[in-house]
Design a protein around this ligand. Sequence first.
Ligand SMILES: [Ca+2]
Ligand SMILES: [Ca+2]
Length: 426
Amino acid sequence: MKYVLWMGPVWPAQGVNMDVQKFLSAVACILVLSACGKKSTESVFAENGALDSSACMGQAVQNKFIVQWEDGKFTVESAKNAEEFKEKFIKPNLENIKQVEYDRIIQMDRFNEVTTSAVNDSWGQQTIKADTLWSQGIYGQNIKVAVVDAYVDVTHPQIAPRIAINYGEIPNNGKDDDGNGYIDDYYGAAFVSNPGSTTTKSPHGTHVAGIIAADSSYGSVYGTAPRAQIIPAQFIANDGGGSLGDAVLALQYAAARGAKIINASWGGAPCVASLRNAFQQLEAKGILIVVAAGNDGRDVDVYPEFPASFNLSNQITVAASSKSDFMTSWSNSGFTAVHVAAPGEQILSTIPNNGTAYMDGTSMATPFVSGIAALLWSAKPNATAAQIKQAILQSVDVTSGHEFKVSTRGRVNVQKALQVLNQLVP
Ligand SMILES: [Ca+2]
Ligand SMILES: [Ca+2]
């Protein structure tokens, strides 16, 4: 099982026919693990009886380990092998370790993009009525949204003004000037332990960032929340490779930088105790996570994808609607785990080197909802993540004849969402 960037058009569903039984046993083991009262070197090591390793379809990295500490922090550690790691690392630190998992290689599928010269095409922003908030001076100002994804081009003219600068940090001096544990994180940080050989920048992260917050004063793309601030937290290399450990570190970084919203336009493997724990920590910090449902045309209530199917209280999982306001043929769906639809077909946004491109995917639908959340939060800064989620879910457009196979049956509408939020947060 691999993690994929949820961008269409539809990919072959290879490797995604998850064995439900294996999944269930993995879940059971996670439950057993969390209920486990007595700690030992073996019991905290999730690969050794505590978690069914056969359900972990991503390739384990035999010399790297994701450690979750009792204080909630995650680190990724190295050792020659599991035995050495248990002996030399887990044993002396057992008291402070909550859980250990093998790190796992995750490989994104390739995706298509259609580059285009500058055109004005903001059908998605129009469909969700973003302009009705802009005309009230609500632009997502002061709200930080983390793009936990591939590379984000912070020099793109429409993105550069929207990056959340870490002013305590001096860039490119090889030092962690602000002492936050991350060297030279002036714009953001990258957690890519294996950069691969591809030097052409992946367009995915820049496209996602543009849908959230592209500044239309400097180009043809309209961001949904054009004054929100983007925190780039890269864990996917240009060749589409990444690891579960890097994803967890990127999520942790986003939270430390003050993200209110985390955009997760990716998904995959069932072996995800660390990922779920990381999501739950974000929940405890009041952060909203917006997650792509995936592009396999499947019901994720029946065939779970993660993180799409976690269905945590701080999570909104997003399907992709078409220009004609139907579900796209390739979008994943589910009446329980998927909450809303948002525009995800022929979406114009930014790509590296001052470019623009059309792309399809729940990867593109997800940042519309992240942008909506930023707009709402900037209108009501004291709202909780639960209230923002409630406002978005209770205000969808449900059109007779083309209801969506999502828990709300509808497609997001930020004009109505603000009305609901105004009721929830006077
Ligand atoms: Ca720093
Ligand atoms: Ca520095």
